[in-house]
Design a protein around this ligand. Structure first.
Ligand SMILES: [Mg+2]
Length: 253
């Protein structure tokens, strides 16, 4: 079997290797509207301890805490772990974040992550690509995600965890893409340098910028055929579908 021109292929996880489908999140009625959210499953777990907390207020605080965590992450690319994000949510609800028992946060986190993991799926053509890559390149994952066990669980549910020699998640590293630190952890685990690997991801300002920043070639997954943002160095390759990577690696792309 012929190996491809890169020793290793490193994938972004969400919306690259696996697709996140919001329509698979639980449906809950809020203010007479049907909303896809985990809030309906999480709220009873918090209300057991804090019965004055309403579902509507909890949902608002949950959404706000996500947006606030994203604002803070965008400032310096430091990861805000999911537990910390939940403490932002408690503060928004007027609770003392330090007084909420760890056990309550643990139960919220478990329920939240269970539903997120169920909403992620690895399409058949992605699985076929991974089958084709077997023996042709070493594989890794570099993911921005705030709770590492869920990233591993998503791969396990898809039956592909064993394909990857390195699965690096920002929650474990403390830094998110595009910071070099997270890519460097992957290089160390695989024992190779940036020039030996190709990165594939869907976000120009995270995946393409980050991979170029450490000296990797990068394939931008762009199913929506969006224009590439001005001012960023363009990707080495552009893919309409992940499965098109095979043609690129065979020199037909
Ligand atoms: Mg992504």
């Amino acid at each position: 079997m012929r190996r491809v021109r890169y020793e290793a292929i490193l994938f972004d996880l969400f919306d690259t290797l696996v697709l996140f489908d919001r329509d698979r999140l639980p449906l809950v009625q809020l203010d007479g509207r049907a909303v896809r959210t985990t809030a309906g499953h999480l709220h009873p777990l918090l209300a057991e301890r804090y019965p004055e907390t309403t579902l509507d207020a909890f949902h608002d605080a949950l959404v706000w805490s996500y947006q606030e965590a994203e604002r803070r992450r965008a400032r310096d690319h430091r990861e805000i772990p999911a537990g910390e994000r939940f403490r932002l949510c408690y503060g928004r609800l007027g609770l003392d974040p330090g007084a909420v028992p760890e056990e309550v946060t643990g139960r919220l986190l478990a329920a939240h992550m269970l539903h997120l993991a169920r909403a992620a799926e690895c399409p058949a053509d992605h699985l076929a690509l991974l089958d084709w890559l077997r023996g042709r390149a070493r594989l890794g994952v570099v993911s921005n995600f705030d709770y590492a066990p869920t990233a591993h669980r998503v791969l396990e549910r898809a039956g592909i965890r064993g394909r990857f020699e390195a699965v690096v998640v920002s929650e474990e590293v403390g830094w998110r893409k595009p910071r070099p630190e997270i890519f460097e952890v992957a290089f160390r685990r695989l024992g190779l340098g940036a020039r030996a690997a190709l990165f594939i991801g869907d976000r120009p300002e995270i995946d393409v910028l980050g991979a170029h920043g450490v000296g990797m070639d990068v394939a931008w997954l762009n199913p929506g055929r969006e224009p590439f943002p001005e001012g960023l160095r363009p990707p080495t390759y552009e893919l309409g579908r992940l499965a098109d990577l095979r043609g690129v690696l065979e020199g037909k792309g």
